[in-house]
Structures are given as structure tokens and as C-alpha cells.
Design a protein around this ligand. Structure first.
Ligand code: FAD
Ligand code: SF4
Length: 317
């Protein structure tokens, strides 16, 4: 049974290399290392060579490493639920990680509790459509006349944890830093329809442990605020607490107040944008240049809007 109010911690992995390659503070690596050390298996999301997000099984750190980092697109589950059940029935310790709806889906599929299952869900803004992601990559390849070799959905290394800039590494050796896909993401029209009615936008979640970026860390635990990433960690039940206690020597952590840790996805789903239908009609009928100009923050109207927003922010300060 999950508690009505989680215990809240600010967490940073002690190994700086782990933290640098994780989206937030690296709590996922600490927990998955522990499960792998117990001869367990870990399920999570990786990016394929074709840049699709899919869930896979890892029984070594080598595959688990690929699960690090946020892929801001809906991941495909394939046979994951079936494989998790197989591992659980075979007595293996299993860590399953994913969005809250993926964790709830797994629990619905299993239809009973398993002592040997640990579920971690991520606080989730919503998942963008893989179709738009694919069109975006094709647009960048055409524009830059080169194939994409590698992507970083949110380049923490060069821009810090707070910034959100996507980086594409091209075959011709060039690097493209862009905010076009990020802007489409935050415009919300490319989210899956179910995300506008997400039942997990609250402080309670289906996972044993819920992890997120620690927005508000400057108030909740200013001594952790180094712009290199902090994991907001919500312990939702006794099992979550047991696992968290077991990895505490791997991390630097501090218990914090829930009231200082609230972010919009812990409160309510984002409403469906009024222009969502227009976006999809345009997406199906226009080229991607048009989409980026109109919805991706590149057009003159967007530039004026952003400049006005910046001025307004300065005046409020
Ligand atoms: C689609 C999406 C939306 C997010 N929205 C928010 C948000 O609103 N607020 C916030 O604070 N943080 C958000 N995050 C970030 C998330 O909170 C961090 O991934 C989490 O804090 C893990 O941090 P870590 O340092 O332990 O990381 P890492 O080691 O980087 O963690 C990786 C974990 O993320 C999972 N993961 C990565 N991509 C996906 C995917 N596409 N689908 C399912 N699971 C995935 C992996 O399986 C793994 O468990 C989002 C991430 C994603 C993928
Ligand atoms: S916002 Fe909710 S419904 Fe959408 S992917 Fe995230 S958890 Fe699932």
C-alpha cells in the first residue's frame, strides 16, 4: 500500500561521472546497481540506433547504462510486461522503471503483488509523439545535409542541468544545438492525447519510488544546487524505503519538505492546447520548416512573443 504522503529527499550520486551521464542526480543508477548486484534484472527505456525509444531488459551495467538520460518521446513496450512476469515467476529480483502509466499498466497486467519487484516511476510532463520526433530528425538531416549519428535530448554537459537544449551529433562532424523539438514539447500539442487527462499528476504515484528533477532545490536544499543535477526522490511505501536505505551509502541525500518540492506535474495535467487540432492538420499537410516556424519558436511572431515575455519577467523582478 502506498502512503498518502511520500517521504521526500534531495539526492545526488556520489560518483560525479554517474551524475554527469544521468538526467538528474543519478538515483536511478544507484537503485539499479543495487538490483544488479543482487543478481537481479532491470527494465527501462533506451534509444535504439534508429533513435526510437524502447523498453529493454538489462542484466548487466553495460545495457543499463543506455537507460540513463531522458528520452522525451513515448517509449515502445514490446514484450516487456510478459518478460517482467517471466523473470518474477522465475524468482529473479526485478526493477521496472518508466512513466507512471507504464508502471500502472505493468501492475494491471501482473494482477498480483510480487515481493521481488521494485517499481520506479518518473514524474512525467507528458510524452511527445515519436512520429513528430522522426520528422524532426529528418528535417535536421536535410537542412544540415548529414546523417544524425547521436542525440542528446537535453545536453546537460555543455549547458547545465537547468537549460533544455537538444544536441544532435552529425556524421560530418558538426554539432547542432537546437531548441526546436524542446519548444514543440513544451507547446504540448505533440503530447499523446492521454497525457491531458493523466491520473498521476499528484503527489501520489503507482511506483514504490518516484524520481524527478528537483525543481525548487534552491529553496529546499540550497547546498545541493550546483546546476549539475539533483534527483527529487519520493519514497511511496515501506518497500521503497527499504531499497532507498540500502543505497544510501552511494548517494548524498537530505530529507526535504514536500511543500518546497512541488512542480506543475505534481499538481494537475497540462490542458490540451486550443490549437492542437491546427497543429496536427499542419503537421500532416505542410513541410517541417513551416511547423518549426509556426510552433517551434523560430518564426518572427514567436520571437516577438518571447522578447515580450522576457521584458515582462524583468519588469516583475
Ligand atoms: C518523457 C519524460 C518526461 C519527463 N518529465 C519530467 C517532469 O515533468 N518533471 C521532472 O522533474 N522530470 C521529468 N522527467 C525527467 C525524469 O524525472 C528523470 O528522468 C528522472 O529524474 C531520472 O533521473 P536520474 O538522474 O535518476 O536519471 P537517469 O539515469 O537519467 O534516468 C533514466 C530513467 O528514465 C527512464 N526513461 C528515460 N526515458 C524514458 C521514456 N521515454 N519513457 C519512460 N522512461 C524513460 C529510464 O528507464 C530510466 O529509469 C521526464 C523524463 C521523461 C523521459
Ligand atoms: S503524462 Fe501521464 S499519461 Fe502521459 S505518459 Fe506521462 S504518466 Fe503516462
Amino acid at each position: 500500500m502506498n502512503w498518502n504522503k511520500p517521504e521526500v529527499f534531495a539526492v545526488q550520486h556520489k560518483d560525479e561521472k554517474v551524475r554527469a551521464s544521468s538526467r538528474s542526480g543519478g538515483i536511478f543508477t544507484a537503485l539499479s546497481d543495487y538490483v544488479l548486484e543482487q543478481d537481479g534484472v532491470v527494465y527501462g527505456c533506451v534509444l535504439t540506433e534508429g533513435f526510437e525509444a524502447v523498453h529493454v531488459r538489462a542484466d548487466s551495467t553495460h545495457v543499463r547504462e543506455r537507460m540513463r538520460g531522458s528520452k522525451y518521446i513515448q517509449s515502445r513496450m514490446n514484450d516487456t510486461y510478459k518478460n517482467v512476469k517471466y523473470d518474477l515467476e522465475a524468482g529473479r529480483n526485478v526493477l521496472f522503471s518508466g512513466t507512471s502509466c507504464q508502471v500502472a499498466g505493468l501492475k494491471g497486467y501482473l494482477r498480483r503483488e510480487y515481493e521481488n519487484l521494485l517499481c520506479i516511476d518518473i514524474v512525467c510532463h507528458g510524452v511527445p509523439s515519436p512520429k513528430v520526433w522522426k520528422a524532426y530528425l529528418a528535417w535536421q538531416e536535410k537542412k544540415n545535409r548529414s546523417k544524425v549519428k547521436k542525440v542528446d535530448f537535453r545536453n546537460k554537459k555543455d549547458f547545465g542541468w537547468r537549460e533544455h537544449i537538444e544536441t544532435l551529433y552529425l556524421s560530418n562532424g558538426q554539432t547542432v544545438n537546437s531548441k526546436a523539438f524542446t519548444t514543440l514539447f513544451y507547446g504540448h500539442s505533440i503530447l499523446r492525447p492521454c497525457c491531458y487527462e493523466c491520473p498521476y499528476k499528484s503527489v501520489t504515484h503507482p511506483g514504490d519510488i518516484t524520481i524527478a528533477d528537483y525543481w525548487g532545490i534552491e529553496k529546499a536544499a540550497p547546498e545541493f544546487d550546483d546546476n549539475k543535477g539533483v534527483s527529487l526522490t519520493l519514497i511511496n511505501n515501506e518497500k521503497g524505503k527499504e531499497f532507498f536505505d540500502a543505497i544510501k551509502d552511494q548517494v548524498k541525500c537530505k530529507e526535504t519538505r514536500l511543500e518546497d518540492s512541488m512542480q506543475p506535474p505534481l499538481i494537475a495535467p497540462f490542458p490540451e492546447p486550443e490549437n492542437r487540432m491546427n497543429f496536427w492538420v499542419d503537421f500532416e499537410n505542410r513541410n517541417f520548416d513551416y511547423i518549426v516556424k509556426k510552433y517551434g519558436g523560430k518564426g518572427i511572431k514567436n520571437k516577438i512573443k518571447n522578447a515580450l515575455r522576457r521584458i515582462k519577467r524583468k519588469l516583475i523582478k
